[in-house]
Design a protein around this ligand. Structure first.
Ligand code: ZN
Ligand code: ZN
Length: 276
């Protein structure tokens, strides 16, 4: 549960100083950040997280993500409708989604996909709107941000049938094993590692991280959700990405600097941030 009134200092892992990271997936527009968004962004900068992709989950949040990207230099936006929210999608919404994508700070389409855990929308509708939004992203030459919960096979079948994707994409909040990772990589997509990798029970994910080449990894908070240990259960925020980067470095036997450098390069490539 988030608590927007908390004022306690968040401990940062000190060796992070000097690194530059990209939080490739955060919901900066959510109410959890409403009262202290600027403080959150300042803490992110202090922790080396200089660029944040604020991800849309419906039309309204896509608009808010764009507004934040207009307001703050290091913030970029995505546009899309999450599988939880597809039941309300109308034809008119598609026209607006498409026009929002022309904004210069929109760097990807998503998050879109299938969620078979919550099933807030009927599966048939999830699939219909996933396919339609994938086609729209392809037409607009935008990279895809994919949300997948317990829907590995169906998502991959869909993407493998609809590709290729010259603009690429990312499997956000990756929750599969090494075999699933290889299938995602074959599509030319990046794999995004959330703070879950620090959780005690996430051994399958840690094993996958050891296997996936560093050249294919990006990092995310998925804030305000899924805060890494030692902040697990609290509100997540971009500055906490350092804990995830440190864990990935430890799993790969590399320095934090090397993990930061390569994953940031990957994020720059994925979202076309060269020179931005
Ligand atoms: Zn998601
Ligand atoms: Zn998300």
């Amino acid at each position: 549960m988030e608590n927007t009134t908390r004022k306690k200092e968040i401990p940062l892992p000190l060796p992070g100083h000097g690194v530059k990271l990209i939080d490739t997936h955060c919901h900066l527009d959510m109410p959890a950040y409403q009262t202290d968004c600027e403080a959150v962004l300042l803490r992110a900068l202090a922790a080396g997280v200089s660029r944040i992709i604020s991800v849309g989950i419906d039309l309204a949040s896509s608009r808010r993500a764009i507004a934040l990207a207009e307001q703050y230099e290091g913030v970029y936006a995505t546009v899309g409708v999450h599988p939880h929210n597809v039941a309300e999608l109308t034809e008119g919404d598609y026209a607006e989604l498409q026009s929002l994508c022309r904004h210069p700070k929109v760097v990807a389409y998503g998050e879109i996909g299938l969620d078979y855990v919550k099933n807030y929308a009927p599966v048939s509708l999830q699939k219909e709107h996933f396919a339609r939004q994938v086609a729209l992203a392809r037409q607009l030459h935008l990279p895809l941000v994919i949300h997948d919960r317990e829907a590995h096979d169906e998502i991959m079948e869909m993407l493998e049938g609809a590709g290729p994707f010259p603009a690429g994409g990312v499997m956000h909040c990756f929750s599969g094993d090494g075999a699933f990772a290889r299938r995602v990589l074959a599509l030319g997509f990046y794999i995004s590692i959330p703070g879950v990798v620090t959780f005690a029970k996430a051994e399958i994910l840690r094993e996958a991280v050891r296997e996936i080449p560093l050249g294919s990894l990006v990092l995310e908070t998925d804030g305000p959700f899924l805060a890494p240990v030692p902040q697990r259960g609290k509100r997540n925020e971009p500055s906490l990405l350092l804990f995830t980067a440190q864990k990935v470095a430890e799993l790969k036997g590399l320095s934090l600097d090397e993990v930061a450098r390569q994953t940031t390069m990957n994020g720059v490539h994925l979202f076309g941030l060269e020179g931005r």
